[in-house]
Design a protein around this ligand. Structure first.
Ligand code: BEZ
Length: 247
């Protein structure tokens, strides 16, 4: 998904900052085994480990895992696909922040999550929900279409009913679920283009690099009325949060 850990940490640390209160919802306890699914560079894994839990971080990006191992050599990190993983020993909790909207089909990830949880184990997750970054997406897709590009969306942003149904069908009982708007400040005057360059790489993969600056300019112009004010740029994040149990 992401191959540049330095850029990710330097410009997109709000992803981790926003995940800190998800760690509070997880409420890890000493001695628990917790899987951090989509751990990236491991910042939230380290917060979970600080509570005394035994954490394993998993991410599909070898570069992110390498950076996580460098920063947190005492923790355990593995490269793995969210749709196809298994562990010999079960977990008390699977935690996942800002990852599952990249994983299609969702059923495959949920099957692996359920299989690796022990009886009574919990799944605590946040992902982009319906309407997530809709203004940015519409701006990008509109400007790409005007230039003859019609890429597939790399994202899965379900609504609350659809995702809770999938989670329950996979074998968990949903105890809490919420879908809410979290306008998220993007740092600096280049905040929106930094976000697009990092996160919309797959949407713009066919756009020749010399055309990209002009594309970013056009998207900025299109979405500025909705996403720019005296505080600078913000992204229209809609989050889906849930806690579910394996009974
Ligand atoms: C998100 O965390 O909601 C997100 C991040 C990157 C691209 C799309 C959505």
């Amino acid at each position: 998904m992401f191959q540049d850990p330095k850029r990710y940490q330097a410009k997109h640390h709000y992803v981790t900052a926003a995940g800190a209160d998800l760690v509070e919802i997880l409420a890890p306890r000493a001695g628990e085994r917790v899987l951090d699914l989509g751990c990236g560079t491991g910042q939230l894994s380290a917060q979970i480990a600080a509570a005394g839990a035994e954490v394993v971080g998993i991410d599909s990006s070898a570069e992110m895992i390498e950076a996580a191992r460098e920063q947190f050599p005492d923790l355990s990190f593995v490269v793995g696909d969210a749709r196809d993983f298994s562990f010999a020993e079960s977990f008390d909790a699977v935690f996942s922040n800002a990852t599952l909207h990249w994983v299609k089909p969702p059923e495959e990830a949920l099957a692996c999550i359920v299989a690796c949880l022990g009886q009574g184990g919990r799944f605590v997750a946040e992902l982009g929900g319906a309407r997530n970054v809709a203004t940015i997406r519409q701006g990008l897709i509109g400007q790409l279409a005007a230039r003859g590009f019609h890429p597939q969306s790399p994202w899965y942003f379900p609504n609350l009913g659809e995702y809770t149904r999938l989670v329950e069908q996979a074998g968990l009982r949903v105890a809490y679920a919420s879908h809410f708007l979290r306008p998220t400040p993007l740092e600096g005057e280049s905040g929106l283009r930094d976000w697009m360059a990092m996160f919309a790489e797959t949407l713009t993969a066919d756009v020749p690099p010399p055309m990209r600056e002009e594309l970013w300019d056009a998207v900025e112009d299109a979405v500025r009325p909705a996403l720019y004010d005296e505080g600078g740029w913000h992204a229209d994040y809609w989050r889906l949060r849930m806690v579910a149990y394996k009974e």
